[in-house]
Design a protein. Structure first.
Length: 122
């Protein structure tokens, strides 16, 4: 089994959180919040006698040089988060695209980080 951890793409999620207007303090819960790197072992151990979590020694970088890539990914979150926000999700996506592009223009790339775990079950 493979899943994301709580640190998955937090830099990109932070831009989406900033883009949501009128929801002061709103935070994105990870889409996979019910099955994460942090809680999956306990769930899997109910069905398997042996569960081993394997994680990279560090969070791998995700280097984005095209703001459209980030925007398309954020757009894919719409079905999970639209009902939690008053803003139309396409507006949030447009704002994130502009924020990512500004970072790319300034730094040459937008960098976020993965947070992954694999579980070997027997």
């Amino acid at each position: 089994m493979v899943t994301n951890g709580a640190g998955q793409l937090v830099e990109l999620r932070a831009l989406a959180e900033q883009a949501v207007q009128g929801a002061v303090g709103w935070r994105m819960r990870p889409v996979t919040h019910t099955f994460t790197a942090e809680n999956a072992a306990a769930q899997l151990s109910t069905a398997f006698g042996s569960v081993t979590r394997v994680r990279p020694p560090s969070r791998p970088p995700v280097v984005i040089r095209d703001s459209g890539v980030a925007a398309d990914y954020v757009a894919s979150w719409g079905s999970f988060y639209q009902e939690e926000t008053a803003d139309a999700w396409p507006d949030v996506v447009g704002d994130v695209r502009a924020r990512v592009q500004a970072i790319i223009d300034r730094d040459g790339a937008f960098i976020t980080y993965g947070d992954l775990a694999a579980f070997v079950c027997r």
